[in-house]
Design a protein around this ligand. Sequence first.
Ligand code: WT7
Length: 645
Amino acid sequence: MDIEAYKRFWRTTVEDYIGFWEKEARNLEWFRPWDHVVEKGEHPFVFKWFVGGQLNMSYLCLDRHAKSWRKNKVAYIWEGEPVDGDGKPLSIRKYTYYELYREVNRLAHVFLSLGLRKGDRAAIYLPMIPELPMTMLALARIGVIFTVVFSGFSAENLAIRVNDLGAKILVTADGFYRRGRLINLKEVADKAVESTDVEKIVVVKRAGNEVAMKEGRDFWLHDLLRTVPENLVVEPESLDSTHPLYVLYTSGTTGKPKGIIHDTGGYAVLLNSTMKWVFDIRDEDVYFCTADIGWVTGHSYIVFGPLMAGATIVMYEGTPDYPTVERWWQIIERYGVNVFYTTPTAVRMLMRFGNEPVKKHDRSTLRIIHSVGEPINPAAWRWLFEVVGERRCPVGSTWWMTETGGILISHLPGLMLTPLKPGTNGLPIPGIDAEVVDEKGNAAAPGQRGYLVIRKPWPGMPGPPTGMWKEPERYRQVYWEKVNGVFFTGDYAVKDFDGYIWVAGRADEVLKVAGHRIGTYELESVLVSHAAVAEAAVVGVPDEIKGETPVAFVVLKSGYQGGGEMAQQLMKYVRETYGAIATPSGILFVSKLPKTRSGKIMRRVLRAVASGGSLGDLTTLEDEAAVDEVKESYEQLLKEVRRGG
Ligand code: WT7
């Protein structure tokens, strides 16, 4: 497909984005049609999509298929991590659309009988087991707003989210398996709820490990389900299009995590359309997305998107390298996967083991491959294209973020496939006015680095009532103020001469560690909460596999000794207080942090020291600090770090 033809079409969809998205919305089944396509909400830059329209996400994902020929089509193929002596998975569970429909109805009944009603909030802290999507769908069915908390997060991180959302019910599991190790999840959940108002905990039995159950507060899910008839039906609530489906917390530059609200109608429309355009999803397809449902990728493209599309979805509990690095290729072979959605970090990790582990397994079913979460380097792209996809499958790097709800920039094999280029994100999808601009909002010249912004509202954007849970003002400041009146993504990007967008990475103090979004500020707060730490500054340094890893500069309180033992202790502390994904790859002890006269930490100096690089070009340094001052701090710090801090 030639680029100009796509761009001509795209321009018409952006110019009349309202008409365009209205047409897309007609592809869904609505209980009541909308009166207006898009309207401004009560708060600035919070838009309401498909106002007056009513629908239900669980209905779109389940009832529709259960009433059709897809009734006995497999919805989920779930594979647990543990294997037997021959490396064969010990547990595989399959759910047809009808079975999933029935399970979700029974679960919805359980939640109703626990007292949950439309508009209430619940938190979900579950590993990658079928009960996770089932719980999300059951809550969506009765209009309960939920937040999913990644099962690798600490008790502290869970408590912050539960409290911010005001969740009264928590759904968790006894334990799960990660790289062969049993993780006692209930223990973490118990610790978290101590500082919350959670009244009831529903516990899924997954691993069978011993857990403490508190009488009157904790309930085994299988006990609650025991008396619920197999074919019990809970009618889906007819929900306003603007009703919040879920809140998902994500890291920003400052403060506590931001609770991004996603609505029901707009979000459903974006997912439904991108499933077709980006993944070209077809009824005979087996679709495998390797993300964790704890992140937005899993919400949109393991649960709601592919279920709405009626696909057969592979869901895997564990890591790609357990028991060997062949695991994903085995899964692709075992189920005949056609569409594969993965991440650059995993690809870089698996590449190191050469082509043999891949080639041993049949991948002839693969048709489309995409990656997500961070920029993909050309070498990793080539490996996916040449080795994994045998030069047969288009490989893309879909750009989006928690806030956008779904994919906004991507190759579109299901619509019009423009020529591939290793490493690019491609052109904006139809209806999305993505642009690379300077500080003033003027489009940057091709090849020039600028900020990635979205200039027109889109379905799937942060939803009513406040965009960010309880923080409308922060929502406006973070996303709509930096470049006047357009949505600021926080990413640096370059547009090439074909109009392809290449996202280069974050333009703010947010790290992308193995694709996970971690605020340096959050990590610094964790470190200074340790008794030995007076001050801390965290920067990201390039990492061959993870893209980027955190390195911490720490000033200790007097009476504490730096060195290996203290570094170990602090790393353990971060793991326990935040989660393993944020563990620093290095801790450097210094006597003071380099700061400008106005007291701002010179992060550029820290980054240069941490990555062993040079300070680089100082001519662009604005009034942050005098050039000499920066150089001096750099040399001072280098000396100190080399001395063995
Ligand atoms: C940030 C959003 C989107 C779901 C997973 C991440 C980076 C995401 C790409 C890509 C380059 C990417 C951006 C963005 N990012 N996809 N294909 N190429 N960078 O969601 O945790 O909200 O992170 O991930 O920096 O801002 P998230």
